[in-house]
Design a protein around this ligand. Structure first.
Ligand SMILES: *[C@@H]1O[C@H](CO)[C@@H](O)[C@H](O)[C@H]1NC(C)=O
Ligand SMILES: *[C@@H]1O[C@H](CO)[C@@H](O)[C@H](O)[C@H]1NC(C)=O
Ligand SMILES: *[C@@H]1O[C@H](CO)[C@@H](O)[C@H](O)[C@H]1NC(C)=O
Ligand SMILES: *[C@@H]1O[C@H](CO)[C@@H](O)[C@H](O)[C@H]1NC(C)=O
Ligand SMILES: *[C@@H]1O[C@H](CO)[C@@H](O)[C@H](O)[C@H]1NC(C)=O
Ligand SMILES: *[C@@H]1O[C@H](CO)[C@@H](O)[C@H](O)[C@H]1NC(C)=O
Length: 252
């Protein structure tokens, strides 16, 4: 009895470790494929059975007979890899979202069960960047990057903006992020399966600023470059003058 309990406990630990009922989340873009891998390679194997949330059979594989059997409506869009035992479902639609359960039956009486939460979602819509105001003198541009769920208001100054990131966490994570370079303002919108960006090129503003900055830097460099010899020249001149007038004074 005690040994039985111990054995059950050990088996429980073993199956817990192999991912028993641990839910694995998978995101897939509408129309794309999703590959579901076994979490552990089975040591001894009779059958692999995939079911969906409605406990309807999706796919069955018998190892001994090497028999592959997809069930409707999955017949034409399932691929099974007989060396890795991974299942690929193609052309996924939103109605295919839900829990998928794989049961691995072997000679040992304990079945291994993995659960996958498959979410079929659309690609993100493109974000829209709009300029709200320009002030030509200071080269400042206020702008907005907007999507259906998220918005960033920011300002482009001196060839830069502070990078920003806003996140919406509903059924999955949506990220709207902003970064600027000397050439452009870039707004990137992403979900777990896709990303899109909108961009504004800021060439005019950049050109002026860069030129001014370069001019300023150049004149400073020239100043430094010329100042040293001039200064040394002056010092030398003064020294020579002093020496000459000094020696003349001594002569007197
Ligand atoms: C099946 O899986 C093996 C091991 O992961 C891999 O090397 C092979 O390319 C896969 N075959 C196909 C047809 O995807
Ligand atoms: C701001 O300047 C940009 C480019 O110079 C221009 O496309 C945009 O229409 C201007 N926006 C406003 C609100 O003046
Ligand atoms: C840009 O926005 C800031 C803060 O909202 C505001 O103080 C500034 O006047 C705006 N600049 C322009 C050119 O509209
Ligand atoms: C962003 O700017 C727009 C236009 O200037 C304004 O209508 C909106 O309220 C601002 N939103 C936030 C979150 O600051
Ligand atoms: C979020 O998930 C719930 C339950 O899974 C679903 O009913 C709802 O439609 C989902 N919302 C979106 C925006 O996908
Ligand atoms: C946009 O964001 C996504 C996710 O955060 C990232 O994978 C992608 O590389 C980004 N695109 C660019 C052009 O930075």
């Amino acid at each position: 009895m005690a040994i039985n309990l111990l054995l059950n406990f050990l088996l429980f630990l073993l199956t817990a470790k192999t991912g028993f009922s641990a839910e694995i989340s998978k995101f897939v873009q509408t129309g794309a494929s999703v590959q579901l891998d076994l979490q552990t390679q089975p040591l001894d194997l009779d059958d692999i059975t995939w079911k969906n949330e409605k406990t309807e059979k999706v796919f069955k594989y018998n190892y001994e007979l090497k028999k592959i059997r997809p069930f409707p409506p999955y017949q034409d869009r399932i691929e099974f890899n007989e060396s890795s035992f991974s299942l690929t479902m193609k052309n996924m639609q939103k109605t295919d979202s839900g829990l998928y359960t794989v049961t691995i039956t072997g000679a040992s009486s304990i079945d291994i069960v993995d659960v996958y939460r498959v979410s079929v979602i659309d690609a993100v819509e493109a974000p829209v960047l709009t300029v709200n105001s320009n002030s030509s003198d200071s080269c400042t541009v206020n702008f907005t990057c907007k999507t259906q769920d998220l918005i960033i208001n920011s300002s482009y100054q001196i060839n830069a903006c502070s990078p920003e990131k806003v996140i919406s966490q509903k059924n999955y994570t949506l990220i709207l992020s902003l970064h600027c370079s000397e050439e452009s303002i870039i707004c990137n919108y992403s979900n777990p399966v896709s990303w899109k960006e909108d961009k504004i090129d800021k060439q005019l503003c950049v050109k002026n600023n860069v030129n001014e900055a370069q001019d300023a830097q150049l004149s400073l460099e020239w100043l430094g470059f010329l100042a040293a010899p001039i200064l040394i020249g002056i010092i030398l001149a003064v020294w020579f003058y002093r020496k000459r007038t000094g020696s003349r004074n001594e002569d007197d």
